[in-house]
Design a protein around this ligand. Structure first.
Ligand SMILES: [Zn+2]
Length: 253
């Protein structure tokens, strides 16, 4: 069972608030197709996408809806335990939204569920993303991409590939907004608190749909590969230790 879950968030003046949800939903569908090709004996099922998430950082920009980490934990736990009672055994939580609090809710639910039910459950994109695989594997684009965070080069590229009619062409004129939200000083702060004045962080003007296609496909393959590994009993990639530590240190969530 695939369960997509991502919040609605403002993404600057050029992208829809459903950006993460649309990406999560579409990459999940494609990943399911790949899984079915590789494992024809398996019938992947899709849970309707849950349009909720914790978004500590993008709060304060109109359109952003954040629910508490505990709510995410409860939603995942209740959804999966209902399904586990009907003997579903394999779950893939799909999210493209990499807010640490959001992941904290998802991972807290996953830990609890595996202690209570005989199920296997994975979240494939967080471990890939926080291992800096994107930077390692992405096509060379000629500028530093490590602070492309939100409504940025990557997300704008992906939306110009998936939904060009939902992207306002104004993105081509937007100036880069650079803020180091990964610095320890920024931990627990909102984008606004680190200085952001617009609803995006990064360089959307650099966006191109070829990169978008690459990124989209990368998510699809990451989700599909992790699912096949789980189904075949192989260990799947976990979050890096430093990400887990950072998550734990956010004790107020
Ligand atoms: Zn986003």
């Amino acid at each position: 069972m695939f369960i997509p879950i991502s919040p609605l968030e403002e993404h600057g003046p050029h992208l829809p608030i459903g950006t993460d949800l649309l990406t999560t939903q579409d990459t999940t569908r494609e990943a399911m197709r790949l899984v079915q090709k590789r494992k024809p004996e398996i019938l992947p099922l899709l849970h309707p996408a849950i349009p909720l998430g914790h978004t500590g950082m993008a709060q304060g920009f109109p359109g952003t809806i954040s629910v508490p980490v505990k709510t995410i934990r409860t939603i995942i736990m209740d959804t999966v335990s209902s399904l586990a009672a009907y003997k579903f055994r394999y779950f893939v939580i799909c999210t493209f939204h990499m807010d640490m609090g959001h992941l904290k809710g998802i991972y807290a639910a996953m830990n609890k569920i595996t202690k209570t039910y005989p199920v296997k459950i994975i979240e494939p994109w967080g471990p890939y993303f926080y291992s800096q695989e994107v930077e390692r594997r992405e096509p060379k684009v000629g500028f530093d991409t490590h602070l492309e965070i939100h409504g940025c080069f990557r997300e704008t590229s992906m939306m110009t590939y998936q939904y060009p009619y939902l992207v306002d062409p104004i993105y081509k004129t937007l100036p880069p907004m650079v803020y180091d939200v990964y610095s320890p000083k920024a931990l627990g702060k909102t984008f606004k608190e680190v200085g952001a004045t617009e609803g995006y962080i990064g360089s959307p003007a650099q966006a191109n749909s070829d990169y978008g296609r690459w990124y989209f496909q990368e998510i699809v393959e990451t989700v599909a590969n992790a699912t096949v590994d789980m189904l075949e009993g192989r260990a799947t990639r976990d979050l890096p230790a430093k990400t887990k530590m950072a998550m734990r240190s956010m004790f107020w969530l």
